[in-house]
Design a protein around this ligand. Sequence first.
Ligand SMILES: [Zn+2]
Length: 166
Amino acid sequence: MRCPFCGFEETQVKDSRPSEDNSAIRRRRFCPACGSRFTTFERVQLRELTVIKKDKSKTPFDRDKLQRSITIAVRKRPISSEQVELIVNSIQRQLEVSGENEIPSGQIGEMVMEALSGLDPVAYVRFASVYRDFREAKDFKAFISSLEAVAEAGPLEGKENVKNEN
Ligand SMILES: [Zn+2]
């Protein structure tokens, strides 16, 4: 595995253990050239998934991209990278077992919003505002007032959303 910092090819594995939910092997690596440490994950890929974007173009499902988009939404919120990892794992698994090879990007967005709605309202609103692409302030206001209606009706669900479905 090449060092992502300096490009050195011969990085060393320092430690290898299952991830928290046992769906991956986490390897801690060390680069002897620049001294950087980084982590890689080895996981099962059951099927090749294709995402159909809003403009109908197709792109391979990119787990890292999904993880990045959620990470941006939860920035400075009390949500750990492990929790983000669990959301991504859960979504990927649900998609893999869904039987569909081609998945509309909107479906993935809805799954992320569902998971975030149970975790953190701020992260949820951030993700939704990017994903739903609010063009006008009134769109955002309408969305916020729908959230307030939900909040008045009772607390958002607990953390069940990120638990493994299988
Ligand atoms: Zn390096």
